[in-house]
Design a protein around this ligand. Structure first.
Ligand code: COA
Length: 163
């Protein structure tokens, strides 16, 4: 049977337990999930692509069918190149819907046959975002419940250096 491959794009600045929850769920449904550090030119980022990739790789080490790439281009082009039939996105709240709906339809318009599949993270992660975690970390708040310990250490180092 043909392998079902999906791409999971995001900025991952940095990866959180919510993202990992989505990756684990999608890896139970798809044969291969390519976690893709994509470029969103609207965002000012804290971590370099290399740092983000290293953190994502470490975070998915325990999932044999997840891989990680950095990609600067249209996500549908990567999906076509890798034979993926789906783009994974996480839906945390109604507020995500409008943007996700617009992206999903644009991507389908760009590449008919590649559909967006949404997963809902565990309720305990529905209020998380990378920005809110960075905000808490910048004031030395406790972020250990929201990110893997190696990400928490990186955030602490980053904000120490920036002061
Ligand atoms: N747990 C925790 N946080 C989550 C989450 C989850 N399960 N799911 C989403 N988020 C958060 C992210 O941390 C991020 O927070 P932030 O804004 O504070 O950084 C936010 O939700 C959304 O980020 P993300 O999922 O990384 O998407 P994005 O909006 O940064 O990136 C791309 C969108 C990169 C996927 C999109 O721009 C893209 O595909 N780019 C490639 C170019 C392309 O194809 N463009 C055409 C698209 S139609």
């Amino acid at each position: 049977m043909e392998k079902r491959t999906a791409v999971y794009p995001g900025t991952f600045d940095p990866i959180t337990l919510g993202h990992i929850d989505i990756i684990e769920r999608s890896c139970r449904v798809f044969d291969n999930v390519i976690v893709t550090l994509a470029i969103n030119p609207k965002k000012t980022l804290l971590f370099s692509p290399g740092e983000r990739k290293e953190m994502v790789e470490k975070a998915v080490e325990h999932i044999p069918n997840a891989s990680v790439v950095v990609f600067d281009g249209l996500i549908v082009d990567l999906a076509k190149e890798r034979g993926a039939s789906a783009i994974i996105r996480g839906l945390r709240a109604i507020s995500d819907f409008e943007f996700e709906f617009q992206m999903a339809l644009m991507n389908r318009n760009l590449a008919e046959g590649i559909d967006t599949v949404f997963f809902m993270p565990d309720e305990k992660y529905t209020y998380l975002s990378s920005s809110i975690i960075k905000n808490v970390a910048s004031f030395e708040g406790d972020i250990n419940k929201f990110v893997p310990d190696f990400v928490a250490r990186k955030l602490i180092q980053k904000f120490k250096k920036e002061i």
